[in-house]
Design a protein around this ligand. Structure first.
Ligand code: SAM
Length: 218
């Protein structure tokens, strides 16, 4: 078993106390089994937005907006805009309410619809940070669609790429997960081999792929 709930819990406990809104959303997500990022992953997203100086952010998979709030934290005290997409209208609508309460609505645009239909409408290089956290069985589609949208020097982060450690050869899992595991293995292989990106896989949360879009202009 590669995924350790205890380790993630320990890393989460090390974090400074989070604001009440974050804690409320974590509780709500747990109650409704909405799979949101873990606090250490959220903290990492916000850190990465800060260190990269990213300001044009795209998120695929809003749910109730928990990871979006972490991304917005990375934009604290500076300009920037987050576009976030979810096809679940109820969740997206609730996310909008949370953004209002968090005082970050002005920086966030929520698009309700299927990302596979909406992504082709964006311009090449429109974003300097893209976070993908939607349907694992669609990751190859998202990869194709978001690759052109990440500008040179931009960052692509994809969640759940280790899928409880099941993508590792020899891991044991129920047969019903076989298609998703194969899909994620193919996704990881294509992302790592893609010359347009330099990728690191971090075993944080359910596994994060962090890719830097190369700049071929010089
Ligand atoms: C894992 S949850 C996102 C969690 C969120 N990023 C967080 O950590 O707070 C995945 C979300 O992706 C959405 N989703 C799945 N497939 C989608 C698609 N093709 N287009 C848009 N949203 C999709 C689901 O409705 C769900 O709310």
């Amino acid at each position: 078993m590669f995924y350790s709930f205890e380790l993630e819990q320990f890393l989460g406990d090390l974090l400074p106390e989070r604001e009440p809104l974050f804690l409320e959303m974590e509780e709500q997500a747990l109650k409704e089994t909405i799979p949101v990022v873990t606090p250490p992953v959220g903290n990492f997203l916000s850190w990465l937005v800060k260190v990269s100086g990213a300001s044009r952010i795209l998120e695929v998979g809003t749910a109730i907006g928990y990871s979006t709030l972490w991304l917005a934290k990375g934009l604290e005290n500076r300009e920037g805009k987050i576009t976030t997409i979810d096809m679940n209208v109820d969740r997206g609508t609730r996310a909008i309410e949370y953004f209002k309460r968090g005082g970050v609505s002005a920086k966030i645009q929520v698009l309700l619809g299927d990302a596979r239909k909406l992504l082709p409408d964006f311009q090449a290089g429109e974003f300097d940070f893209v976070f993908v956290d939607a349907a694992k069985g669609e990751y190859l589609d998202y990869l194709e669609l978001v690759t052109p949208l990440v500008g040179a020097g931009g960052i692509l982060v994809v969640d759940n790429v280790l899928f409880r450690g099941w993508v590792v050869p020899g891991a044991e899992y129920a047969p019903k997960y076989e298609r998703m595991v194969s899909h994620l293995r193919e996704f990881l292989s294509r992302l790592n081999q893609n010359p347009e990106f330099q990728t690191s896989i971090l075993p944080l949360g359910d596994g994060l792929a962090v890719s830097l879009r190369r700049d071929f202009s010089n």
